[in-house]
Design a protein around this ligand. Structure first.
Ligand code: GCU
Length: 601
């Protein structure tokens, strides 16, 4: 054991000289010793990536990341990060600087920070999300990169820091890419920037990197899980404690640096009526990692979804990560509580967080409020299915989503796609991704939002073979908006040849809040209200209907919505307007959910 430990520690300490280490994503960053790097960052708009390439498009050795200064009078330096304007981070540049509302390209960010390094510590620079591609330097030295605009990443900067004043430079590029995830086309605003929180974590050289704690399958009196160190060091003692349950167990790591456990305990089960949470502590070598976790069972049986063994109807709503009232990318606890407050007012016990993993505040707030969550990666529409790099990008984002939220009991469904066009390459891509999702976490239900865009003589049939890959059949349908009429909806039928639960992951239509008229007049609140009445009448007849998440809670910015005086770059399908005003359809949905809640009692 001693040899192993010594080798590992030497290997770690060797990393202290001159090179950054791409570090695996750490679980539960908020439970660590942190310094926040939120606040004012300088920024430089760089549409031609002049700070990264020379005039022949060759990468610069001393680009903007060097933060160079003119020293002698004759020096030529054509930028000055410190003299550049500042932006409050987290934020999206689109709503932080009017010049950047439509901007897609590179913006450089720079921030100074002070560190008093301590012996035997490692330092991780953690970003909640950067949309879309991030390149990071610390004190002018490359720390790492990340692609994907909605999942966290962390870089080991131990070898790059100095005592006292340091600086970090981030090149953010939000250009859409054919081979990206998402790809070129999407119906939401491509908010660019450091859109979630930035933290510097101080950790022991050897620390708990990842862990899982949940009810053992089929049991209510047994908590199972595992803990993993950041290095494969055997023989290390890790104490797991859940004080309110009288649980204290000393675990010992094996050759891989991991320890698994099964501990008898009878926690109060987390549910939407009683969102019970427990303090969980992991102590290793004097370092304590804290979390708040809930214990529950979610499974499907035939056409039912069961929470703690009881059938549950998912009274949901879809939500984009759009900041209430101000617009822009939502990121804070306050944004989360406003959005989930509206969902609660609607009568929801469930939310579909579309079309990408939302910020961690949203998921943890849902957990505290007793709201179940569908969490999704942005494999959206016409992804480059034949491209292996695209697949690996999607798989990496899936892994980052699951690592971050594995212990969030409110998350009951992982979704791997939205409205993807049928085809062999798409089927191969999604079948592989579904298998990967199950290998990473087989304790939750798997789904993807299919598209049902037409009916035959009023009969809608689900025959997408990707329905074989999921636990829960989910589909988006827009009868009364993109096809057919509200009147036709009332006589439409649905054929769903699967013995699985069915969630309508999207339905709805647009209305400009305050525009009133006849219920046949599109864009009026009355039209939307009638659409909801007709759709609910139609959908309620579906055998095996286990939930709904109408599209969408709140109007949101989209570059695809240009109708002047009505849309003005807003998708108006919200039940709540961009000013936080409820439309008439909100109350139709609320009444329906009140009825479903009464029926469930
Ligand atoms: C699609 C898609 C959404 C989009 C919605 C709409 O179903 O999944 O992202 O915003 O329809 O057209 O409003």
């Amino acid at each position: 054991m001693k040899t192993t430990l010594a080798c590992a520690l030497v290997a770690l300490l060797l990393n202290t000289e001159g090179m950054a280490v791409e570090a695996p994503l750490i679980a539960n960053i908020h439970g660590r010793t942190l310094v926040s790097l939120n606040g004012k960052w300088n920024y430089v708009i760089d549409p031609l990536e002049n700070g990264y390439y020379d005039y022949r498009m060759r990468p610069l050795r001393n680009g903007f990341f060097a933060n160079a200064k003119a020293v002698k009078p004759g020096d030529l330096v054509e930028y000055d990060l410190d003299a550049s304007p500042t932006m409050d981070i987290p934020s999206d540049w689109n709503t932080a600087d009017d010049r950047l509302f439509f901007y897609e390209g590179t913006v450089w960010f720079k921030r100074d920070f002070n560190v008093a390094r301590r012996e035997g510590k490692r330092y991780l620079l953690y970003f909640g999300a950067v949309n879309y591609e991030a390149k990071v330097w610390v004190n002018g030295q490359k720390a790492g990169e990340h692609v994907g605009g909605y999942t966290p990443f962390n870089l080991d900067v131990t070898s790059l820091l100095v005592d006292g004043d340091n600086f970090v430079v981030v090149k953010v590029d939000n250009k859409r890419r054919r081979d990206g995830v998402p790809t070129l086309n999407m119906d939401w605003w491509n908010y660019g920037g450091i859109t979630r929180e930035v933290m510097l974590a101080e950790l022991p050289v050897l620390h708990v990197e990842d862990y899982a704690a949940r009810l053992a399958a089929g049991r209510r009196d047994l908590i199972a899980g595992s803990v993993r160190l950041n290095e494969p060091v055997a023989g290390r003692a890790i104490t797991l404690a859940i004080p309110a349950l009288g649980v204290t167990r000393v675990l010992t790591t094996g050759e891989t640096g991991e320890a698994s456990f099964e501990i008898k305990a009878k926690p109060r089960l987390w549910s939407t009526d009683d969102p019970a949470l427990y303090d969980l502590l992991l102590v290793h070598d004097g370092d304590t990692l804290r979390d708040r976790v809930g214990f529950r069972h979610v499974e499907r049986r035939g056409k039912q979804i069961l929470l703690n063994g009881r059938p549950v109807f998912l009274r949901g709503v879809s939500i984009h990560e759009e900041a209430p009232f101000r617009q822009g990318r939502a990121w804070s606890e306050e944004h989360a509580m406003t959005l989930l407050g509206w969902a609660k007012e609607l009568g929801c016990n469930y939310v579909r967080l579309a079309h990408y993993p939302h910020n961690e505040h949203m998921v943890r707030a849902a957990e505290r409020l007793g709201i179940m969550v569908w969490s999704e990666i942005p494999v959206y529409w016409t992804i480059d299915w034949e491209n292996e790099e695209t697949y690996l990008n999607a798989e990496r984002q899936l892994g980052e989503m699951i690592t971050r939220d594995r212990n969030r009991c409110a998350v009951i469904i992982w979704s791997i796609a939205n409205e993807t066009p049928r085809g062999e390459a798409r089927d191969r891509f999604l079948t592989r991704l579904a298998a990967r999702a199950r290998s990473l976490d087989d304790t939750r239900l798997l789904s993807m939002a299919m598209e049902v865009a037409s009916d035959r003589n009023g009969v809608n049939t689900l025959d997408d073979n990707m329905n074989e890959q999921v636990d829960v059949i989910s589909f988006n349908q827009y009868v009364g908006w993109y096809r057919a009429t509200n009147e036709a909806a009332r006589s439409m039928r649905w054929v769903i040849p699967y013995d699985k639960p069915v969630i309508i992951s999207e339905f709805g239509g647009g209305a400009l809040q305050g525009l009133h008229g006849d219920k046949t007049q599109r864009w009026t609140e009355e039209y939307q209200e009638e659409l909801y009445r007709a759709n609910l009448e139609m959908l309620d007849k579906i055998d095996g209907l286990a939930g709904l998440s109408p599209w969408i809670l709140v109007d949101f910015y989209s570059p695809r919505r240009q109708l002047p005086g009505v849309q003005d770059f807003f998708n108006r399908k919200g039940l709540v307007s961009s000013h936080g005003l409820k439309k008439k359809a909100f109350h139709v949905m609320r009444e329906y959910y009140d009825r479903k809640a009464r029926e469930a009692r």
